[in-house]
Design a protein around this ligand. Structure first.
Ligand code: ADP
Ligand code: ADP
Ligand code: ZN
Length: 217
C-alpha cells in the first residue's frame, strides 16, 4: 500500500515515517530529504533550491514532480511508498494521482498529524539530526542519546539552516495557505485519518500501526 503522511512542519512526519518503514517494510519518500540531497551538491541547481527553502516558500512543482516520478517509476518501491512532505499543494496532489495511475498504483491512506502551532515552533527549534545515520532527535523532547549506529563516534548533530524562528513563521504561513487545502482533497476521497500528533512519539506510532493494519488486511 502507498500512504501519505500529512501535517505542518514539525508535526512528526519524518519521525513517524521512520517507524512505519521498519514496521511495514515501506519506503520513505521525503521530498525535503531529496531536496537537501540536491542542495548538498553545491551546484547552481542546488543553490537555487537552498534559497527557496531558506525563504520558507515552496520549490516549483516541476522540480518536485521530476524527483517524485524517479521514485514512483522504480519497481522496487511499487506499492510500498510513504509520501512524507508531499503533496504540498493541490496541483501536486493532482499530479501525484496522475503519476500513480501511470504506474498502476494508488494511495490507500492519508494520515494527518494534528499539532498546535506553539508546539510546532518548539519542536522545530529543538530539532537536530545525526550527520552520520540521519536520525532525527529533539533537544527538548527526544534528547539524542543513542542513534541508529549506536555509537557512531564521529557523530555530529546538525541543525537545519531553515529551522530558525524567522523561516519557521514563513513555513507555517506557507502551510496554511498552500498545503492545508490538500486535506480537503483527501477528505473528499474518503481516505483521510486524523491523529492527535501531540501525544508521545510511541503512542502515536502505536495508533498508526493499528490504523494501517486495519486497512491492509
Ligand atoms: P516533520 O517531518 O513533520 O517536519 P519531525 O519528524 O522532523 O517533523 O519532528 C520534528 C521535531 O519534533 C524533531 O526534533 C522530533 O524529534 C520531534 N518530535 C517528533 N514527534 C514528536 C512527538 N510526538 N513529541 C515530541 N517531539 C516530537
Ligand atoms: P518540514 O516538514 O519541516 O516542513 P521538509 O523537509 O518537508 O520540512 O521541507 C523543507 C523545505 O523543502 C520546505 O519548507 C520547502 O521549501 C521544501 N519542500 C519540501 N517538500 C516540498 C514539496 N513537496 N513542494 C515544494 N517544496 C517542498
Ligand atoms: Zn548516528
Amino acid at each position: 500500500m502507498n500512504l501519505v503522511i500529512f501535517g505542518p512542519p514539525g508535526a512528526g512526519k519524518g519521525t513517524q515515517s521512520a517507524k512505519l518503514v521498519k514496521e511495514f517494510n515501506l519506503f520513505q519518500l521525503s521530498t525535503g530529504d531529496l531536496l537537501r540531497e540536491e542542495v548538498s551538491k553545491k551546484n547552481d541547481f542546488g543553490n537555487k533550491i537552498e534559497e527557496i527553502m531558506k525563504s520558507g516558500g515552496l520549490v516549483s512543482d516541476e522540480i518536485i514532480n521530476n524527483l517524485i516520478e524517479n521514485k514512483i517509476s522504480n519497481p522496487e518501491y511499487k506499492n510500498r511508498i510513504i509520501f512524507d512532505g508531499f503533496p504540498r499543494n493541490l496541483d501536486q496532489a493532482k499530479s501525484l494521482d496522475n503519476l500513480l495511475k501511470k504506474y498502476n498504483q494508488q494511495i490507500s491512506l492519508a494520515l494527518n498529524l494534528k499539532v498546535d502551532n506553539q508546539i510546532l515552533v518548539k519542536r522545530i527549534t529543538g530539532r537536530v539530526t545525526c550527520s552520520v545515520c540521519n536520525k532525527t532527535f529533539n533537544i527538548f523532547f527526544d534528547p539524542p542519546k543513542t542513534c541508529d549506529l549506536k555509537d557512531c563516534g564521529q557523530r555530529k548533530l546538525i541543525t537545519r539552516s531553515d529551522d530558525n524562528e524567522d523561516t519557521i513563521v514563513k513555513r507555517l504561513k506557507t502551510y496554511d495557505e498552500k498545503t492545508f487545502p490538500v486535506l480537503d482533497y483527501y477528505l473528499k476521497k474518503g481516505i483521510m485519518k486524523n491523529i492527535d500528533g501531540m501525544q508521545d512519539i510511541n503512542a502515536i506510532s502505536d495508533q498508526l500501526f493499528t490504523i494501517i493494519g486495519a486497512v491492509r488486511s
